[in-house]
Ligand binder design. Structure first.
Ligand SMILES: CCC/C=C/C=C/C(=O)SCCNC(=O)CCNC(=O)[C@H](O)C(C)(C)COP(=O)(O)OP(=O)(O)OC[C@H]1O[C@@H](n2cnc3c(N)ncnc32)[C@H](O)[C@@H]1OP(=O)(O)O
Length: 306
């Protein structure tokens, strides 16, 4: 008799638990909330319209393990279409931004078969997936601000090169370290960094030698735009900047990012043709009239979510 009662209680508890979690899921879906529950990233919202993504494996110096590569991609793909956020900040938890590729967790990209051709057919889509982890930052139409403290090694330079704006602390240093671990960098530094710093000779020097460059040099060459005495000051400034950008028309801000990314990789006539096509639609936005009215009335405009 006791046995049957126990089983009944277990079944009842199970269905209550299940109903509770289904209700939670339904509420989340109904309210349009996206879940950002990750193992290697912590996502918070320090201000309205601002998301803060923290690389969150401080005990491993935020080294990029297999879960990280997947989660980074997923996170930015979600943020790209999440109407609750207009600007994103990326920083690292613990004593430095990131130590780059997790050298203890590379099983995903190391071929195991005997046949070179078959290994290659497996490897290429894997490498492309890793590339997409950072390209998803660039594809996200919302501005992404990197806030770097301590070291930013290997994959960290790839990641921050895909961001729109880079701030760092006085103690920050950067290292395109791939050469030193026998790799040709393949997730974005070689493609993006030379265009950011506009100095091909120096880009090659940094990539071929893997020498560290510190905050002052990073600012001098245009890799970062501002340096702060410590992490707290940098994060505060990043939040202020993010809030300012978030107060502008999201139609205009996101169109600007899309156009700047496109124009970087195309000729001036192609870039102009692209923005003409884009703006033939976007100039019809209510944000244009709202901005003009606010300007005339000397008021701050409020723009609705996208
Ligand atoms: C298809 C692939 C695409 C991606 C490519 C990306 C490539 C790259 O990122 S290449 C660069 C790889 N990273 C490195 O070579 C950095 C290695 N680490 C260091 O040089 C130092 O740890 C560092 C200078 C960052 C910090 O030195 P510090 O003395 O302050 O700390 P440590 O005692 O060395 O490290 C503390 C613990 O963290 C572990 N750790 C550090 N880096 C990594 C890493 N990259 N992967 C895995 N684990 C790492 C280190 O072993 C220590 O662990 P423990 O001894 O257990 O405390």
């Amino acid at each position: 008799m006791h046995g049957i009662r126990n089983i009944t209680r277990k079944i009842l508890n199970y269905s209550l638990d299940r109903n509770a979690s289904l209700t939670c899921l339904a509420v989340r879906k109904m309210s349009g909330e996206t879940s950002y529950d990750f193992e290697t990233l912590k996502v918070s919202s320090p201000r309205e319209d601002v998301a803060h993504v923290e690389l969150n494996r401080p005990d491993r110096l935020n080294a990029m393990n297999i879960a990280f590569w997947r989660e980074c991609r997923e996170c930015f793909q979600k943020l790209a279409i999440d109407k609750n956020y207009r600007v994103i900040i990326v920083s690292g938890a613990g004593r430095l931004f990131t130590a780059g590729l997790d050298l203890m967790d590379m099983g995903d990209v190391m071929p195991t078969g005997k046949d070179v051709a078959r290994n290659c057919f497996k490897m290429r889509p894997k490498i492309e997936e890793y590339q997409e982890s950072f390209t998803s930052i660039e594809k996200c139409p919302k501005p992404v601000i990197a806030a770097v403290h301590g070291g930013c090694v290997g994959g960290g330079v790839d990641l921050t090169s895909a961001c729109d704006i880079r701030y760092c602390t006085q103690d920050a240093w950067f290292q395109i370290k791939e050469i030193d671990v026998g790799l040709t960098a393949d997730v974005g530094t070689l493609q993006r960094l030379p265009k950011i710093i506009g100095n091909d000779s120096l880009a090659r020097e940094l990539c071929y030698t893997a020498r560290k460059f510190h905050s002052d040099e990073a600012k001098e060459i245009g890799f970062v735009s501002r340096i702060f005495p410590d992490k707290a000051a940098m994060i505060n400034a990043a939040i202020e900047l993010a809030s300012l950008i978030a107060s502008k028309s999201p139609v205009a801000v996101q169109g600007t990012k899309v156009s700047m990314v496109y124009s970087r990789d195309h000729s001036v006539p192609e870039g102009l043709a692209h923005i003409a096509l884009w703006n033939q639609a976007m100039l019809q936005s209510e944000d244009v009239m709202k901005s003009a009215e606010a300007m005339m009335q000397k008021k701050e405009p409020k723009f609705s979510k996208l």
